[in-house]
Design a binder for this molecule. Sequence first.
Ligand code: SF4
Length: 234
Amino acid sequence: MNQLDITPKVEQLHDLLKLIERDYMPAVLANSLGAEDMVLTDLIARYYPAIAMFTLDTGRLPQETYDLMQTVRDRYGVDIHVYFPDAAAIEDYVAQNGPNGFYQSVELRKRCCFIRKVEPLRRALAGKRAWITGMRREQAVTRDSLTISSFDVENNLQKFNPLCEWSNAEVWAYLKQHDVPYNKLHDRFYPSIGCAPCTRAVTPGEDVRSGRWWWENPESKECGLHIGKVASIK
Ligand code: SF4
């Protein structure tokens, strides 16, 4: 079988990361350790170490995600700064709604995501000039207008989605060709991985993000990290 040629797209990635390192520092990769983020982790760790990385530990991540966090640290020798939710906010939420209150309604699910993800994200982005994500346009209906670069009005910094136009096959071609570590849940039909209680395996042919918050409508399935107002420059 012919190997997928991703050379032009990798060169474009280098160009963009160089530009970010030159013109948008301090910049950070919001690293959820998904397959796309591992492409960016590999490139940034090896070629653009001035770009920082952080991850959000919601307290409900699968063990496989923590395993990968440790593997990245050991293999690349890079520090992925870990942000945690505000402990008092979590205690209040659990006292009022129970540990799994997010299954009860979209509102309670979004409130949990706000406490465990959105508020820590704001702290992680404070004082930065740019953030980088591994989002791709074809991942979900909520992402079909995604652009490579836009101004994130809500967080007041530039937002880059360098893999915006990549396909799933191209992401995996990169990981395989460069022997990049990845989350073992991907081998068990989890194409998109978030918190353990809100992520499940999908069946072949299903939407990539259909295993996330599977009990909700596709239009509401974002955690709030990526729904801020943006002004596109692409
Ligand atoms: Fe809470 Fe689920 Fe959102 Fe994680 S994905 S923050 S557990 S609602």
